[in-house]
Design a protein. Structure first.
Lengths: 237, 105
């Protein structure tokens, strides 16, 4: 069965429309990363390459900042630990890559950032061609936009006044995304436990608190699901 | 820092990041996963994104590791608006306005 071009166009339109509000909070952050690249002890040209090659704002920021203050090994370790959550995204996304062409399986994961993951995971059960179009449209918006933003930051510097506190915007946006994704009880438990454990563990070395919180959240959600199933079984029995 | 060293560092982190993003997609896509695992994977989005939200607010690099009242209030309002409206723009506006208002008080 071939997917009609009309449906593909629709998927692309939806992806652009869904991406825009999520892209907004990335704008000030892109500038911050661009400024940090220029200020880094790393040559700026190489620092710029973090955008296409690493493509993960928080890890880029930590890397270019820490190479100047900590050892290179510590900077690399921190950047890798910050990005380790992508292993979990990769596992969660795997079912959506079933029945996808080889090029997409190899090329698509390069764009598996928080935003692209959050946007496309609700579409994981869509028709493979529709999913692919949706995913790659989000990937294009964020990768082109991100490279452009960090470049602007490098060229124009900190044009967004720090007093506006726009660095807070991504947290608001991700909080909203979490709430909108809460469709089942295990999801609620996962979110609450993930957030709470991360808060308690925030001081752990190499920013590993995020990872510890995330793993505890997933595990807690699994426990709830199983006990809920048992309960419904005993009710029907 | 020499260009070669910097290139090596950036290339290495880029490669490891790609491996972390692609690894399980490439190895698991064709397999049928046990139902327990599939169920667990559905909790990845809420768990990781919630932890990510906290890590963005409670910045360990700040001298004060805690969360300010303005930050907390902004998140709470944003969650409520997201729940009611299912609209991300409305959520962003409400969360930021709350945050700015309390900061200005």
């Amino acid at each position: 069965m071939t997917t009609s071009s009309e449906k593909l166009k629709e998927a692309r339109r939806a992806a652009v429309k869904d991406s825009l509000p999520i892209f907004l909070p990335a704008i000030p952050f892109g500038f911050i990363v661009g400024v940090a690249i220029v200020e880094s002890v790393m040559p700026s040209g190489v620092g710029f390459l973090t955008s296409p090659l690493i493509f993960a704002g928080a890890a880029q920021l930590a890397l270019v900042t820490l190479v100047g203050t900590a050892s290179a090994a510590a900077a690399v370790t921190t950047a890798v630990v910050i990005n380790a959550r992508h292993v979990m995204y990769s596992a969660a996304m795997a079912p959506a890559f079933k029945g996808q062409p080889r090029w997409f399986r190899w090329f698509g994961p390069a764009f598996l950032i928080d935003q692209v993951f959050a946007l496309s995971i609700p579409h994981a059960d869509d028709d493979p061609a529709i999913f692919r179009r949706y995913y790659m449209t989000c990937a294009s918006v964020f990768s082109i936009g991100w490279i452009f933003l960090t470049s602007l930051g490098m060229v124009f510097g900190a044009v967004i006044p720090e007093a506006w506190q726009l660095g807070y915007a991504p947290a608001v946006m991700f909080a909203g995304l979490v709430v909108m994704g809460l469709d089942r009880r295990p999801a609620v438990v996962s979110a609450v436990v993930g957030a709470s454990v991360c808060f308690v563990a925030i001081g752990l070395p190499n920013r590993s608190g995020l990872l510890v919180g995330a793993i505890c959240g997933v595990a807690a959600g699994m426990l709830v699901r199983e006990s809920a199933d048992e309960k419904s079984e005993s009710v029907t029995a | 820092m020499s260009t070669t060293t910097a290139l090596f560092i950036v290339g290495f982190v880029g490669l490891v990041t790609y491996a972390m993003r692609a690894g399980l997609i490439l190895t698991l896509a064709d397999r049928t996963l046990p139902p327990t695992l599939t169920r667990g994977l559905r909790n990845v989005a809420p768990a990781v994104l919630a932890a990510l939200t906290v890590s963005l607010v409670a910045d360990p690099d700040q001298a004060n590791r805690g969360v300010s009242f303005a930050e907390l209030a902004g998140i709470v309002v944003a969650c409520a608006v997201a729940w009611r409206t299912r609209n991300l723009i409305a959520t962003l506006v409400a969360g930021m306005l709350t945050f700015w208002l309390i900061l200005a008080m």
